[in-house]
Design a protein around this ligand. Sequence first.
Ligand code: C2E
Ligand code: CA
Ligand code: CA
Length: 569
Amino acid sequence: MTNDEKIYLFDGKRQILIVDDEMINRELLGNLLKDDYELLFAGDGGEAIDKIKQNKDALSLVLLDLIMPGINGLEVLKQIKNDPQLKNLPVIVLTSDHQSEVESLNIGASDFIPKPYPEKSVIMARINRSIELSEDRMIINATECDPLTELFNREFFYSYAEQFDAHHKSVETDAAVVNIDHFHTINERFGTDYGDMVLRLVASKLLEYNIEAGGIVCRSEADKFLVYCPHGTDFADMLETVSNDVNSRMESNNRIRLRIGVYEKVDRSMPVERRFDRANMACDAVKNGISGNIGIYNSTIHEKELFDEQLIEDFRKAIEDKQFKIYYQPKYNVHGDKPVLTSAEALVRWDHPTLGFISPTVFIPLFESNGLIQTLDNYVWNEAAKQINEWETKYNTSFPVSVNISRVDMYDPQLVETFKSIVEKNGISYDELLLEITESSYTEDADQIIKVVKDLRELGFKIEMDDFGTGYSSLNMISELPIDVLKLDMQFIRQAFSNRKDTKLIEIIIEIAEYLSAAVVAEGVETEEQVSSLKEIGCDIIQGYYFSKPVPPEEFEKFLKEKVNADCR
Ligand code: C2E
Ligand code: CA
Ligand code: CA
């Protein structure tokens, strides 16, 4: 390193690059600034660009002479401002020419220092101000943006939407939510790096489209994008343009499909967040893709929204007043000549004071989406445990009951403790409370779930994997699963006994279960024909309307009495 290039190194000081072709000028500025800054020097435009690139993370400012042989100062400035990685670096130009001052400020210089140099305090003030401004902007950028896609983050997006409203009082606006169909399978099949690439592509194309259409865009979470734009925007065209653009960059078998939910002509008295809740509901309504990929918030969805709101509002009181009723559906072992009652599944219903009996298929997904499910499930588990104890005392026989564990429950760090205390409090044993965990929770975060399940099994709980065949477990994962029972999803029974009567799939699943030393339960079994075929194929336990619908506990006792009588004989 020549003395001329000497870097004055002082810890913690901001780094400045001085670019000037005349050594005397470099030394002059260097002497003025060396006590306060860490300095780098360049004697021409080419050297300047190299040094900027090498030190882009440490550099705080460039002092740039405009008139140099070769690549001149304006050219260097243009290169900096056109490079996305460098464009935020502040540049102060050094010039004696008034005309080029203006030109350089227009290209993006932060400020200028005239030649001959003014006194030190003026130079220092200008340098400090430029550095401060740029650092402030960097902090704002970091908090406003989603780091992956560089779109606004949700919070800032909401506040920009409010600003948009304030500035466009007479423009009607639409709130829209854009989602990628089956995004999790993209991540699973090709890895998260690939998934991130897809998200960035979708983000940049959506942004490009909306800059043109006058809308604003953000990524709110995972694969969910929010768009706020003037009413009249052509959403079909937006989806088509964006997905065509993205798909043209991918191989034909990796194509993505987008869906969108729109809340049109938003009610401006409603908080921005609520407007996007509505768009989201409209988006969920087209999740299955059967009715196209554009959902519009309408009166049907609006009624559902009001209904859901009422259920949420009524929830606390319903728990207090014991409006949730547990029904029990018997499961029969079909190995022998006669089916033998082995256990029951506890299924919850809501006996609502004004809405009547409500099916769990209506309120479980709702409570799963807002966390209330944990309270409800805890209630059901306790009631079931109490019931097991009651029947044990009354009929002098151990009778296991299975309860459903929601996906959300599996992430509760207290789960194992909760079950332990339920069992202890109700004086039952661990193997009397069977735990049904749906297969799809296993595929979501396999490692976490498997750990919880292992802990539960160690205590003595028996685990039934519910809805098996719908969660797309990999064969690899299945072989590691700590489970005692595979519960075949109802749709397999439906399919197997449809017109083309083909039980091949069920046979394969039974083989998998044998390999895992797990018993197989078939649920949703309705006919004699289904029972005999399933029995033939090797299914162990059957649950379904063929034996009984889920019934209230008083009614269930007839099955228990039958069993006790049969056992006596
Ligand atoms: P699931 O766990 O797969 O429960 C089986 C469902 O199939 C029950 O519906 C049951 O009534 C129904 N079913 C049983 N046999 C037959 C049959 O032969 N034919 C037909 N068509 N259906 C049959 P249900 O009670 O409406 O429950 C629906 C779902 O709600 C359950 O599916 C479960 O995922 C959830 N659920 C019910 N109770 C609870 C609970 O306490 N906690 C949680 N987290 N989820 C619950
Ligand atoms: Ca179940
Ligand atoms: Ca099931």
